[in-house]
Design a protein around this ligand. Sequence first.
Ligand code: ADP
Ligand code: ASP
Ligand code: MG
Length: 428
Amino acid sequence: MSLIVQKFGGSSVADAEGIKRVARRVVDTQAAGHQVVVVVSAMGDSTDELLDLAAQVSATSDAREMDMLLSAGERISMALLAMAIHGIGASAQSFTGSQAGMITDAIHGKARIIDVSPHRILTAIEKGDVAIVAGFQGMSRESNDITTLGRGGSDTTAVALAAALGADVCEIYTDVDGVYTADPRVVPSAQKIDTISSEEMLEMAASGAKILHLRCVEYARRFGVPLHVRSSFSHNEGTWVLPSPDDQIKIQEGEPLEQPIISGVAHDRSEAKVTVVGVPDIPGKAAEIFGIVAGANTNIDMIVQNVSTHGSGRTDISFTLPIVDGVEALAALGEAQDRVGFETVEYNEKIGKLSLIGAGMRSNPGVSYRFFRALSDAGVNIDMISTSEIRISVVTGADLLDDAVRAVHAAFELDGDATATVYAGSGR
Ligand code: ADP
Ligand code: ASP
Ligand code: MG
């Protein structure tokens, strides 16, 4: 008998029909002889709807109350799924994140898991029940408050439970058949990837491919949890994310084909660009600025510093950050303006980030040229550039992002013959 953790995203439990379909699938898995722990997301776009509601009642949101509000979405799906499973004659119990032993730090809206003690989950599955856990949430021992893990965080709940329970596999069920060479909503000719290394998947997730939450991939890699990303709307084999490079070698043994140079193109619309203009060009100023932004609990992504114009003694520092952190970071910078001595701050949310990812990039010199050529042929102006060993990213205007993604995808011959199926979801 194996233990399987199955996570169903919002699009898979969007309505009563969806919940009944998922119930059937879970019960079938159990009937095939497995112990099943299920993690659910909030129904459809209900997290976004709750956020919209919060914005309507107040312009400023209290982080603690926001977590109380958003964690309710997952609680609705968990209870409904348990009822649907009872409805087809099987037994199931639902648990909130805190009941399932998901202990986090006290940072609302982006809490990190610090301990998982799933005693009640173990008792439930040993008794023969399906255990259903509300994703995306936990509890802080420090504050005794409910926390959430950040948007898309149910994936991370699932992997954390899989690791703590020693599950054989963590299946992430969503509205497409797996991880594709690009978001199939933007590139219909994108192709499904059968296996991907966790290293490449980490870069894809970090670059905005929201098919998997970044911390879910990090967690799976650290604890060696095999991840299978697949659709809840089909029985097709999905994408396996291989936890260690050794697994990659094992899979490739006997296969004469080399891994493709490029595994995919990711894009991200969730970031904004901040430019701190006229920063005194003396040692310590960058440290001061990033200290201020870090104090506002913001994760900085790309950074560019322009050389100061001859003789001006001043420089501009640009960086990108999540739009949701924009207000706080700007307020913190504004407060420190006189002390740091910069001239102004500019802020732009109408940007997009495009990233090309592939482990084969390391040993293939022509990749950057081909990438920039494709963007230039598509008439895309580049605002910022950053690279890692296996990734090149650029920031462009938001309006050109989709065209840019398609151009780069085609330039690296990633287009397939078939149109990728998107089964459900609004892509919101
Ligand atoms: P869920 O509701 O199951 O959590 P998400 O909306 O979080 O689903 O993630 C699934 C979506 O991720 C897909 O519908 C697709 O639009 C998007 N996506 C982005 N990049 C990729 C990619 N490389 N491969 C597959 N899907 C992707
Ligand atoms: N419901 C949360 C969100 O929409 C968490 C998740 O779905 O993973 O971000
Ligand atoms: Mg998701």
